[in-house]
Design a protein around this ligand. Sequence first.
Ligand code: SAH
Length: 226
Amino acid sequence: MTPRLRLQPEAIGVGMTSQRVRDRLVERLRDAGIADEHVLNAIRTVPRHLFIDEALASRAYEDTALPIGHGQTISQPWVVARMTEVLLQGDAPHKVLEIGTGSGYQGAVLAALGLEVYTVERIGDLLRQARKRLRGLGLNVRSKHDDGRIGWPEHGPFDAIMVTAAAPALVPALVTQLRVGGTLIAPVGESGGQSLIKLVKRQDGGVDETVLAPVVFVPLLSGTLD
Ligand code: SAH
């Protein structure tokens, strides 16, 4: 079931944020190999321009990462679409944990797909802005201000986990909070040499890992900031 977004006039967009421009982004993603129609539809529906500074709104539907303050970025739409598509290929996920809320856009795309979303962000200021945007769109996303490397054990296990900041290696606590058969997707590696990794947890507690694509993400850091 796809929740209906509450679209105020500014969410509908004009000019470089209009539906026509968003549809063009969706066609570009399709050409770049994104095939899941639910994912493409979520990208078409969620107003990315509301997740960035107004001064950058005219670039919101380019397939590129953009700054969101505090040295962080909103991920490139292709990366958001690909990671989401891979998660949905898993065993009918329902409850999803995202590490690195950032602008809130990825969380909004997951919620627009009808998933129960939990998200963790270490920078309080970014989290407050993301919460406001998600609430404004009527999307119910549970969030907390914390170091996401500890996950959110009270709500685990999760059917799927998505990490949107890169660590040198997979974070063990997150693998623990993944249910058997669940999928975790994360960028892994040092800056300059990161890969998107898909991990599926086996019945025997082991994991199957697949390297999907080279990517560029901001680093997964420890501790929290206000
Ligand atoms: N998913 C985001 C992408 C944000 S960029 C979006 O759609 O906009 C990565 C985010 O991860 C940044 O906001 C950064 O502050 C956050 N981050 C980095 N290390 C973290 C950690 N240990 N725990 C939680 N968030 C973290």
